[in-house]
Each structure stands twice: as C-alpha cells, then as structure tokens.
Design a protein around this ligand. Structure first.
Ligand SMILES: Cc1ncc(COP(=O)(O)O)c(C=O)c1O
Length: 454
C-alpha cells in the first residue's frame, strides 16, 4: 500500500533542547581563525570587540551538545517545530520511484531559517548589555530576521543591504523598517569601506560586512551579528536537522541523501550536521549534497585557503574555500548565495569528501523552482531553488536507474519577496551571468600571505 501521508508535524515539546556541535566529531584539530592584524591564531580577545562572550564561547566550544537558553526556546515557539512534507505531487510529476521529503523553514516570521540564529544572537547580546546590532544582508532574509529578533529582545538594529538586493527587493527593506531597523544601501557613503568600494554599485556581501563590522568596531555599545559562516551560526541552525530526524522517523523513512543550498553554509549545516554526527558514529549511511550558483561557485571552483570574511579585510581570516575576498560575484537573484567564501566546517567537509558540491545556473534553478511551485504549491526563495534543482536531479537519476531512493532537502525560505526574479524568468529575460575565472584569479592574487593548509 502506498503511504499517502503528506505533513509530518511535531508538538511544541519537539523543539530541541540542545544545539548539535559537530566540532568535536571532525577528524583532527580545527584550524584556528587568524587575527587580521598579526596573521597569528586569533583568540577570544580578537573577537570580543564585536561579539559577546556567550557567542565566542559557543564558537570554540568542544562540547558535543549546547543547551538552548529558555528565552531562545520560548522565542522558537513562535514558529517551531517547522513542518516536514512528503512531495507526493512533485514525485508524480517526475514519474520517479524516489521519495522526496522537504523540511520547510519558510513559515518563520521573516520567511526563512535565519531567525533560528537571529534570536539566539540577539539574546546573547542583550544579556551582555549591548544596545545595538549592526549587520549586512544579501537577500534581505538575514536583515529581516535580525530586525525581528532585535525587536523581541529590545535592541536597536542597523542593516547594510547589498545594493543589487536593495534595488530588487524594496519590500524587504519595508519589512526591516516595520520591525524598527534602520537600513542603508551598500556600498554607502557612511563608512570608509563603503566609500572605498563606490565603483562596485551592485555591492556584495563582502562589502556590506565590512561596513557593518567597521561601525560595530568603533562603538562600544554596538556589536556585529553575522547570519552565516561562523561556527555558532551553524550550531544554532541544527534545530532543523534534529527535528527532521524525528519527523523522518514519523514518516518511517531513512534519507539516502540530504541536500541544502550553500551561501555561507548555515541552512546546509543546520539540516546536515545532526545526520552527519550519526554517520560519523557509524549509525547511518547517507550522502550529503551542497548546491550553489554557477555564477558564484565557491565550493566547486574556489581555492582552499585562509581568507578574510569581508572585502576590506577587517574580519579574522578563516580556512575555507574562497573566490578571493574582493571578488564581486555577478548580481544573481539568489542574493544569499553571492558570497566569496564559506563556512570553515562545510569547507573542511567538502575537502574531506564527506560532502559533494554541485553548481547550477540561474535559469535551470528557476525552472526547478517553477516546477516545485506548480506541484507542491510553495513558491521557493531563489536560494533553496538550488537545493530543489539538486533534489530533482537525484530523483531523475533514481528513475533512470529504476531505483528506490529517499531524498531529503531543506526548503529554507519562501520567495514572496523575490517575484521580480520570477517575473524575469516568466518573461524569458532572466540571464545566466557568467562566472569570471579571470576575476577570481585576480582576486586570489591579492590574498594575503598566510600559512598553507593541507
Ligand atoms: C533563504 C536563504 N537561503 C539561503 C541563504 C544562504 O545562507 P546560508 O548558506 O547561510 O544558509 C540565505 C542567505 O541570505 C537565504 O536568505
């Protein structure tokens, strides 16, 4: 008999009590970040100018599980646990024997997975007596999430929004302002980093990060908040994977492959790490696939080196796949995936062969997004449309091979503010911007001298 169940729901008690920290599970000692001033390993003091100690401790913690503070868990109750769906209609449309499941994070107040870390970061900063958080936003999802979280914990919020997204998505700005945030188009003339990059009018995440870090480093009552890349951010997102493990058990299904899109790595780490821990412990046999844009192919074409997290070189250097910190990716609509670098942990997993990375072009990604919207109903954000593309590829391979396969992917946000991109696709005017190998080589030539990494 075919299983016709579609939604797999947990009660409030199903909100995890801990975050999963995979640092202790990884082979070897983690490579330390380097101080931008000395190029020597950065200690907690190097981070204390812009982050509260509670988050710095999470960043370097050797503990396998970290308790979620009660106030953060209470905030999670506004939208968690999130549903897990079986994509029956997409499966039928693909005529595949594969079973496709997706975890949907788009029901949060801001419309994506980003509030999972925003509330945790706002909580720790408020506890440390900080008055204001400065940040960047690409797609507008992170800025909205932090604006929402700041309003819950009584903090001010100032956001530098990447120029191309600011122009494409005016209502994301309205949303941030509704939650009380101040929003600037980046590059702006309010910071030295912005003024130095005025010729890159479309902006980039790297430039916007420099602007926000510069402001946070200069004001004692202001800290910086990052929506991706750092260990503590990925840690906070592991509520996704833990809930998904419980929901896949409800569905009596075991995933053969878990898929997420990767910008800086946070929604990917969030769904994958709880499964990865079980795989590394020999309790599970599962593959992991990271999907990224062909126009900003950090994991598939970048080099594995120490690099800055921002364009101006203000942040510590991290060991990661990078296209070069001053590489400005073409303005694809998946603004959240336009980042030159990646999470050090996700980078190390790709390097070790534990994660397979794939890159997709903008039009094939939107084709997948439309197919999903017309079968499953939800209009996906352009970022997770890359994960949908990879899931469809897996389902088609299963059909060709005549093989049962269970696929799980993270649908990390809705696309209600991305309809200009859908308009372009429907009108046949959406472009497939080219990645420039020459620009990457030029940016890589400007990387600082740092210790080589194997
Ligand atoms: C909906 C959505 N998905 C994915 C991303 C990429 O970030 P990450 O790789 O940290 O999940 C973003 C970033 O803004 C986003 O808004």
């Amino acid at each position: 008999m075919t299983d016709s169940r579609t939604r797999f729901l947990l009660s409030e008690d199903g909100i995890p009590t801990h975050w999963v920290n995979v640092l202790p599970d990884l082979p070897g000692d983690p490579l330390p970040p380097l101080s931008p001033a000395t190029m020597q390993p950065a200690g907690p003091d190097d981070l204390a100018a812009i982050f509260p100690m509670g988050l710095i401790e999470q960043e370097v913690s050797p503990e396998p599980l970290i308790a979620i503070p009660d106030a953060v868990r209470a905030a999670y109750k506004l939208w968690r646990p999130t549903p897990l769906f079986r994509a029956h209609r997409l499966e039928a449309d693909l005529e595949t024997p594969a079973r496709i499941f997706y975890k949907y994070e788009g029901g949060s107040p801001a419309g994506s997975h980003k509030p999972n870390t925003a509330v945790a970061q706002a909580y720790e900063n408020a506890k440390a007596g900080i008055a204001k958080l400065a940040t960047e936003t690409g797609a507008g999802q992170w800025g909205s999430s932090l604006a929402f979280a700041c309003t819950l914990f009584g903090l001010e919020c100032e956001v530098w929004m990447v120029g191309s997204s600011y122009d494409q998505k005016p209502y994301r700005r309205s949303m941030m302002q509704t939650w009380g945030a101040t929003v600037h188009r980046s590059p702006s003339d309010r910071t030295q980093s912005g003024r130095a990059n005025a010729e890159h009018a479309t902006g980039s995440l790297g430039i916007a990060i420099s602007e926000a870090v510069e402001v946070a480093a200069q004001a004692p009552d202001t800290n910086y908040a990052l929506g991706s890349v750092l260990n503590h951010v990925l840690l906070h997102q592991t509520v996704i994977g833990q809930e998904a493990i419980a929901q896949m058990a409800l569905a009596e299904a075991v995933p053969d492959v878990v898929i997420g899109c990767v910008g800086g790595g946070s929604n990917f780490g969030g769904i994958v790490f709880p499964f990865l821990r079980e795989k590394l412990a020999g309790q599970r046999d599962v593959r992991f696939v990271a999907a990224e844009p062909a126009a900003c192919p950090t994991l598939t074409r970048g080099v594995y080196r120490y690099d800055f997290g921002d364009t101006a070189g203000l942040t510590p250097l991290m060991p990661m796949y990078t296209l070069g910190h001053d590489f400005v990716p073409p303005p694809v609509h998946a603004g959240g995936l336009r980042y030159h670098g990646d999470s050090p942990v996700v980078s190390a997993l790709v390097k070790e062969g534990l994660v397979e990375a794939r890159a997709y072009r903008q039009n094939e990604t939107f084709e997948a997004a439309l197919r999903f919207a017309r079968t499953e109903g939800i209009i996906p954000a352009p970022e997770p449309a890359h994960a949908i593309r990879a899931a469809i590829e897996e389902a088609e391979q299963a059909r060709e091979a005549g093989e049962q396969r269970t696929i799980l992917f993270n649908l990390c946000g809705h696309g209600h503010f991305d309809l200009a991109a859908y308009d372009a696709f429907l009108a046949g005017t959406l472009e497939d911007p080219e990645f420039s190998e020459a620009d990457m080589e030029a940016a890589l030539a400007r990387l600082p001298e740092t210790p080589a990494i194997a």
